[in-house]
Design a protein around this ligand. Structure first.
Ligand code: ZN
Length: 490
């Protein structure tokens, strides 16, 4: 048994009763919260108290001047993107996709590992304790999955490896009305950037990853994760549904991120993609869908009826100009909404506080009825409970007895918190992640006084610095091809 006591902190519990304690204690045993109580109250139950009346603990964190809040859940990121901050600006969605192929292809397991660790460094320092990593980009094998899962374990974070699979062409990033110039067509055949694997092989890789690594009690879950239904056959989608059912895991995907994806669905299936997924029996609380921008009210109703989780990525959507997801309408319809940063290539940091702020504010410019605006409290719920739903974890996202101890302590001496007028509103509208002081995951302290102490973050950063240049040198043909493909989408 190991125990941790966070003593004398302000506590924003987000529990069932939505308690805010101006001063209180959190007692943790073996990674699980056993009591949360106001200072001076007896708590913790028999056998948990020391001789001075305070709960006995192996480790005590002095919470004075700190605000404890549930760790944030980043429900959509791509760890291979960690090396790619600042690589793009005004590129279109297809151009970004092609360049991203070149920047993420053919990586060594060590590059995969360091990229996942670098992503974790950014998230931990921003108060993110759980993430869904839609991984990898393409063309992966068991060695890549092994490298990523090793990074997750070493980071100390709680992670979902969403194994990104496909078995059809990426029709949404090829020109629709013009043929490729003949030399580019030849180059496409030669570099073969997105070769689908046979379905049996994809099944084996996915099932093997789940059998080997899926262990939520040890902080790692594994989901089948079709890259996007428009790039998958029905056979792959049904396979994902069946694997999720059989292993009791979730499913993660991109959905309706760009307008052309809605058209492709109509052409292929004669109905919307959401209707098609309903026919395939894919819609359920197990499914989480990143972006989900181009969707109408009947389909929003469908998602609500089946309990599907939508993962809103407001910064990525803004940067790529792909659209404003109708999050206010989804919340009103009863859809569970989570938040994601997306990868660093479309949103150049992993700050979930920015995503919360935008989730609250972005829809306001197009919605004259203020009663329909997303509130700070709803935005914070997206980054906690909504993310927990996407990750299929019922016991994170709140500070409450029985929950896993994933807790972030914010430094209240910072100007953002001076004075503390409303902890929820300041968490969403003021905080940038800069006040993150201490981060606890599963009862283990990973960040102290704003520095990662669980592993050598400086060594990760040093090793990551030259990696992209080496990858681009190795992939130079693919990179040249990707640039030309991108130019077809001015
Ligand atoms: Zn994404």
């Amino acid at each position: 048994m190991s125990s941790l006591l966070i003593r004398d902190a302000a506590i924003l519990t987000l529990d069932r009763d939505d308690r805010y304690l101006a001063r209180g204690d959190i007692h943790v045993v073996d990674g699980r919260i056993v009591s949360v109580h106001a200072a001076g109250d007896a708590g913790g139950g028999p056998g948990t108290r020391g001789t001075d009346g305070a709960p006995a603990a192996d480790r005590v964190v002095d919470g004075r001047g700190l605000l404890a809040a549930p760790g944030l859940v980043n429900a959509h990121t791509h760890s291979p993107g960690a090396l790619l901050a600042g690589t793009m600006d005004t590129e279109s969605h297809p151009a970004f996709m092609w360049l991203n192929q070149a920047d993420t292809s053919g990586r060594t397991p060590q590059e995969v590992y360091i990229s996942a660790m670098l992503n974790a460094v950014q998230m931990l320092l921003a108060g993110v304790t759980t993430a869904i990593d839609h991984f990898p980009a393409q063309n992966f094998g068991p060695e890549d999955i092994a490298a990523a899962t090793r990074a997750y374990a070493d980071s100390g974070m709680r992670m979902v490896l969403a194994v990104r699979i496909f078995d059809d062409t990426f029709g949404d990033i090829f020109p629709r009305d013009t043929k490729l110039p003949p030399d580019l067509e030849r180059e496409l055949a030669r570099v073969a950037p997105l070769p689908p694997k046979p379905l049996a092989q994809t099944r084996e890789l996915t099932e093997d990853a789940i059998a080997r690594y899926h262990a939520p009690a040890r902080r790692l879950s594994v989901f089948p994760a079709p890259t996007n239904p428009v790039r998958c056959t029905d056979a792959l989608l049904e396979m994902s549904r069946d694997i999720a059912e059989r292993f009791g895991v979730g499913i993660h995907t991109h959905l309706l991120e760009s307008k052309v994806q809605t058209r492709l669905a109509q052409e292929r299936h004669g109905c919307t993609m959401v209707e098609h997924l309903e026919r395939l029996g894919m819609l359920s609380p197990k499914l989480s869908c990143a972006h989900t921008i181009w969707i109408d009210d009947p389909d929003i109703e469908r998602l609500a009826r089946h309990g599907v989780v939508v993962v809103h990525n407001p910064e990525s959507n803004l940067k790529l100009g792909t659209g404003i997801a109708p999050i206010g309408r989804m919340v009103a319809a009863g859809v569970t909404v989570a938040l994601g940063s997306d990868g660093n290539v479309t949103n150049d940091n992993q700050q979930l506080h920015e995503a919360m702020r935008l989730a609250a504010c972005l829809g306001r410019v197009v919605e004259p009825d203020r009663r329909k605006w997303v509130t700070a409290r709803q935005a914070l719920a997206m980054a906690t409970r909504g993310g927990a739903a996407a990750a299929q974890l019922a016991d994170i996202g709140r500070i409450e007895a029985g929950c896993r101890a994933d807790i972030v302590l914010y430094d209240l001496s910072r100007p953002e918190w001076t004075p503390v007028n409303d902890p929820v509103r300041q968490m969403v509208f003021s905080e940038t992640g800069a006040s993150v002081h201490t981060v606890v995951v599963d009862g283990r302290v990973l960040v102290e006084a704003g520095r990662i102490t669980a592993f050598d973050a400086a060594a990760v950063i040093a090793e990551a610095k030259p990696m992209l240049a080496a990858i681009r040198e190795r992939n130079r043909d693919l990179y040249a091809f990707a640039r030309r493909m991108g130019e077809l989408f001015p």
